[in-house]
Design a protein around this ligand. Sequence first.
Ligand SMILES: Cc1cc2nc3c(=O)[nH]c(=O)nc-3n(C[C@H](O)[C@H](O)[C@H](O)COP(=O)(O)OP(=O)(O)OC[C@H]3O[C@@H](n4cnc5c(N)ncnc54)[C@H](O)[C@@H]3O)c2cc1C
Length: 380
Amino acid sequence: MTLLEKPPVTASAVSAPNVFTHPDTWATYGAQWNSGEQKALHCCAVHDETHDVKTFTFRSADFSAISFEPGQFITVSPTISGQRVSRCYTLSSSPTRPFALSITVKRVPGGTVSNWLHDHLREGDRLLASGPAGSFTPIGRPADKLLYLSAGSGVTPLMSMTRAGFDLAARLDIVFVHSARTPDDIIFHEELTRMQASMPGLRVVNVCEGHGDSTDWAGPIGRLDLTLLSEQVPDFKEREVFTCGPQGYMSAVKSLLKQGNFDFQHYHQESFDITALDEAPLIETACVLDQPESQFTITLSRSGKTFSMPGNQTVLTAAKKAGAIIPSSCSQGVCGTCKTAVLQGTVAMNHNGGIRQREIDKGLRLLCCSKPTSDLVIDL
Ligand SMILES: Cc1cc2nc3c(=O)[nH]c(=O)nc-3n(C[C@H](O)[C@H](O)[C@H](O)COP(=O)(O)OP(=O)(O)OC[C@H]3O[C@@H](n4cnc5c(N)ncnc54)[C@H](O)[C@@H]3O)c2cc1C
């Protein structure tokens, strides 16, 4: 072939990086807000999604844009009956709209924070929160074919991912299968229907357990099982799966995927129930763990305070006993609120996704799930 005979360049011949999953896309949006750092957010809108779900939208006090990845959560800390209480809520908004952050909260019967937010938080109010955390995100996992599976309020991280893909006009092939009790309980129903109409790669399937008060529901009825999944998403085995919902739903999804011979290397899940977490990865396992007789000296570098603690306790528990004030929330290595730099010494950390490898590499640790394996100097 001579130079004059070059083949024509077609749009499909140009292979662009996947703008949705590429980390650089997200690094350019807004200011970094660390997961251990508390800020007062201003509530600028409250919106009813269903009879028991509301979306609260916030801006930062200085109107700055805030950077996060789709699927991440923040930890809110309202003061209720004189006590500060913290809970994690996923950002249901998209990081492509970094000036307005939303959380979408379902009332939990008897629940402290969800009911307080529904009953008390109004437009114009301020709410203390700590920055985005979590690794339930498609960023850094370059897949174009996605399957989002959610139930109830578990829709929130997947909604953020869908909104982000939509705003970026990303070339994605997404099937979003959401399960709800009745048609009236489907969160974001209208918006997802609208997005589906103008996003060629998005298909939304709502599955309802029953009709409820609705007389015109024509979608699938029942619970998601392998037959229904195979009918609706015949190529589910070729997709990167992201799942979020109540514990029972996630166990059912896992067993139906197992039944369908799905490769679990392509499976990601987020649990909203921190009491039901899987066994967590252990970092610095070379150390000997849980030796009550080993005593270590902990120095807080900023205050100069020193205390001694046993090796079978978490650094957070011992530091709090010694009078240190450390923001913390979940105590399970999920929320990232207690992320702190360990300047000297080693710990055994048993986290549940609340810290990234790049943060670990920088010397940060989650004190709520770290036990000392030597004397420590901590940046506190
Ligand atoms: C990473 C992550 C992301 C999340 N994202 C979202 C989201 O986007 N949207 C959302 O709605 N939720 C989300 N959650 C769940 C949320 O954090 C809360 O767990 C949920 O709102 C319930 O909190 P609560 O304070 O209302 O209930 P809690 O007060 O924690 O109560 C929970 C349950 O325990 C019962 N209970 C409370 N105290 C007692 C007691 N003393 N004895 C017996 N039972 C008791 C209550 O009756 C209730 O049934 C997320 C959780 C995590 C970990």
